[in-house]
Design a protein around this ligand. Structure first.
Ligand code: ABN
Ligand code: CU
Length: 705
């Protein structure tokens, strides 16, 4: 039997009997994972094996698999193994399962794959796991058949239900139901034909459904002055089929990226080496890309130095700012509620990625416990990054200039209407940067003729009778640092003016300023905010190692000035659910399996503190443990407040936002001096001292107009 590629768009699903096929062979690792491939991901063999052990354990109960993913070893197991003190940790899988045709009981299972046994089975209560793509599909299917939805559509003049599309969203808040129901809210749209832009025709009702029992619970129509809102039927296209000659011009010549001698990185299993860096690339249903065991060669000390134990994007919240019903329910946790891995695109060479690309696949599971592969889920490539450094000696005209380059490990997800590209980037100067590119479609809603967006502060009329509401995107980047060793401290760095008064002997001319460093000592102190007034940054230092030159502790600096304050009021639903987004930075002691700051279970979460099965970052911080000279983790919040513009419609040009961690007194001097300068040119005096060697481009005079 050939693997089924149709059931879930973008997934290649392997069913029983497929494993001997040639196409399956392409996804079976030809090696035992490299000992340090931790985390990597489960293989297409391990996923059904775990599912089978779980099914046998639960029999005769029927189960739906919400996830089956690698259970990473504890840090102490991993370190002991890495340092040669212990044998290789057993290979384990972690699954969340939902009992079918019965209680709907949710359980967490740990399977030891090395020993072929279920090691732990824990029933959890008052929680709802991630909505998978299969779960989201149910919403549209059941809505189209539901008599109340059909009636609501008829009221707008729609009789052909195949033209009605319903985006399933997790539900932000709905007091009518609790955990006895697995809830979704369906946002309804009309699409006139296959190529029509459905976000141009939003409908005035939402569907609330229990997608586990496949029941529509309510169809909530928004009446304005007792009236329905007509469908905005004008078509707003972005596909080239419709753009036609209107914007056509032929001024864009091709830009081709060539690397005639190949790429400068190497991939062995999941280990990536590039320009002195070493790291491991993993992937899972929830976080998508996971980068671990990041090291960098120090050219001055001639040794590999640890930088980060693990990096991943663990959460994002998109609170919408319109207080009117039903929009108050929209605060999507785009990663925790749907899973970054599950929503990952299969990338296309020449479109999503240009140049010499190395792809890695993502291995996930289906609800039946089959392996599902997203081909080309992760793109790894290099790009020129402009100047690395340059100096001209103005006396003799000697110029030295070197070019930087970046290594980018990226993935793109489709979160219903929105696309997010995550670009984990390393550069030659010892910088890690996460750039997120936001694109795709705005969440739109129809306007009643009595409504005018111009007089509503909560959105922008992006096309006649279509409003796009204000919202924020607040991401959480989890960095488990290992700055030159396991124990680190975070210092808050504020640029402050000297306290010594003007005219005093210490600051006679009043020009003194310096960097005030405040150690964050406990987890509650570690929950802190950006301060624009002081250009605040944070240094993750290793207090046990001083830079030989500066005599300051070696450090990586968190540069995060794109961190909007959460605008929802304290005490509001989203403020409670998204505690992580209240602070620009949280620093906590490392604990195994504490990963997700809005809780392991984000769907239908309330954010109440001390939930027995769903602790959040606020609970972790409330323990107020020491974070000084300890094994710590940092949660870095960054993002943007989005007031939609007409230019964001009908499809949004990329909006980038980023955060950076840079070596700061980590190396003894510029760590990139080894990079051969691409220009070393002399104008006159010392002409013989250097060969002129500008290369790698061509200079063409522009034709005269
Ligand atoms: N933006 C809300 C969302 C994300 C992913 C899938 C469905 C809905
Ligand atoms: Cu936005």
């Amino acid at each position: 039997m050939a693997p089924d590629t149709n059931t879930i768009p973008g997934y290649t699903i392997f069913r029983e009997g497929d494993y001997d096929s040639a196409s399956a062979a392409a996804f079976i690792p030809d090696r035992v994972p490299h000992p340090l491939d931790i985390p990597d991901q489960l293989s297409i063999i391990e996923i059904p094996a775990a599912a089978q052990l779980i099914r046998e354990w639960a029999s005769p109960k029927l189960l739906k698999f919400n996830c089956i993913t690698l259970r990473e070893p504890t840090k102490s197991e991993y370190v002991a193994y890495k340092e040669g003190h212990a044998s290789r940790p057993d290979r384990r899988a972690f699954a969340i399962v939902i009992e079918q045709q019965g209680s709907g009981q949710i359980s967490e299972v740990v399977v030891n794959l090395t020993k072929s046994k279920v090691e732990r089975w824990k029933e959890v209560k008052d929680v709802m796991p991630t909505l998978t793509l299969e779960d989201l599909d149910i919403m549209e299917r059941i809505s189209r058949k539901d008599s109340r939805v059909i009636e609501a559509c008829r009221g707008l003049g729609i009789t052909d239900m195949s033209k009605v599309f319903v985006d399933g969203w997790a539900i932000g808040v709905d007091e009518r139901w609790g955990f006895e129901r697995r809830l979704q809210q369906g946002l309804a749209y009309y699409r006139n034909h296959e190529l029509d832009n459905q976000y141009a025709h939003p409908l005035d009702f939402t569907v609330i459904a229990d997608t586990e029992r496949e029941e529509v619970l309510s169809v909530d129509i928004r009446y304005v002055n007792g009236e329905r809102t007509a469908i905005p039927l004008t078509e707003h296209h972005y596909l080239p089929n419709f753009i036609g000659d209107k914007y056509k011009h032929d001024t864009l010549k091709p830009i081709d990226i060539t690397q005639p001698q190949g790429v400068s990185f190497q991939v062995r299993g999941n280990e990536l080496t590039w320009a002195g860096y070493k790291m491991h690339i993993g992937f899972n249903y929830r976080e998508g890309i996971v980068i671990s065991d990041v090291r960098m060669h120090d050219p001055y000390e001639d040794r590999d130095r640890a930088l980060f134990n693990r990096i991943s994007v663990v959460e994002m919240v998109v609170p919408y700012g319109c207080p009117e019903t039903p929009h108050h329910k929209k605060h999507a946790f785009d990663l925790g509620e749907y899973g970054s891995g599950y929503m990952t695109n299969s990338l296309k060479l020449g479109c999503d990625c240009k140049g010499a690309i190395h792809y890695m696949d993502g291995v996930l599971c289906t609800g039946k416990g089959e392996a599902a592969v997203i081909k080309n889920a992760i793109c790894i490539h290099e790009e020129d990054n402009g100047l690395l450094y340059k100096h001209t000696d103005y006396r003799d005209g000697t110029v030295v200039s070197a070019r930087d380059r970046k290594l980018i490990i990226s993935q793109i997800i489709t979160a219903a209407n929105y696309e997010y590209g995550f670009y984990h980037t390393f550069t030659l100067d010892g910088t890690y940067k996460l750039e997120v590119k936001l694109t795709g479609m705005l969440n739109t809603y129809c306007m009643h003729p009595s409504e005018q967006a111009a007089s509503s502060p909560y959105g922008t009329e992006v096309a006649p009778a279509i409003i796009a509401q204000n919202h924020q995107h607040i991401f959480s980047l989890r960095v488990d640092p290992e700055i030159d060793g396991h124990n680190n401290t975070v210092l808050q760095s504020d640029a402050v003016v000297s306290k010594d008064p003007l005219g005093s002997s210490e600051n006679y001319y009043g020009n003194g300023f310096y960097c005030e460093k405040t150690p964050l000592r406990t987890a509650l102190e570690g929950a802190t905010n950006y301060n624009h007034e002081t250009s605040r940054s944070w240094d993750i230092i290793n207090p046990n190692r001083l830079n030989k030159v500066s005599k300051k502790p070696v450090a990586f600096k968190i540069v995060n000035n794109a961190c909007p304050a959460l605008l929802a009021k304290p005490g509001s639903v989203v403020w409670k659910r998204a505690a992580f987004a209240r602070k620009s930075l949280w620093v906590l002691p490392y604990k195994d399996y504490e990963l997700y700051p809005a809780g392991d279970y984000v769907c239908q979460s309330t954010g109440d503190e001390n939930h027995p099965d769903n602790l959040t970052i606020q609970d972790w911080a409330n323990r107020n443990e020491s974070i000084e000279n300890a094994d710590i983790v940092c949660y870095i919040q960054f993002g943007l407040t989005h007031f939609p513009r007409t230019e964001d419609f009908p499809i949004m040009p990329v909006e980038p936002v980023s955060v950076m961690l840079r070596a700061s007194n980590f190396f003894q001097r510029n760590p990139a001096l080894w990079v051969p300068p691409s220009a070393l040119c002399v104008d006159s005096i010392s002409r013989n001292a250097f060969p002129a060697c500008c290369s790698g481009g061509e200079s063409k005079n522009l034709p005269k107009l």
